[in-house]
Design a protein around this ligand. Sequence first.
Ligand code: FES
Length: 82
Amino acid sequence: MEAATANNVPHIEGECGGCLSCATCHVFVDPQWFEKTGEIDDIEDTMLEMTDVEREDNSRLSCQIVASQALDGLILYVPEPE
Ligand code: FES
């Protein structure tokens, strides 16, 4: 989320600054990368039901993905609101 907002990626707002209360940082993770992005905790799971674009199996809130060398090359897709 921080990388996206710093680079003005459209549709990634990050309104809550990453404290899991807005769901404006929703992304779809490339399936080959999904497991590497870590576990979805209960709060994120609940917030993923409140996204503008409907949740899919590979949805994450990008503020909960911790950048690391292991994620070098991570592919994320930004949902397009209708
Ligand atoms: S920035 Fe608000 S939930 Fe991710």
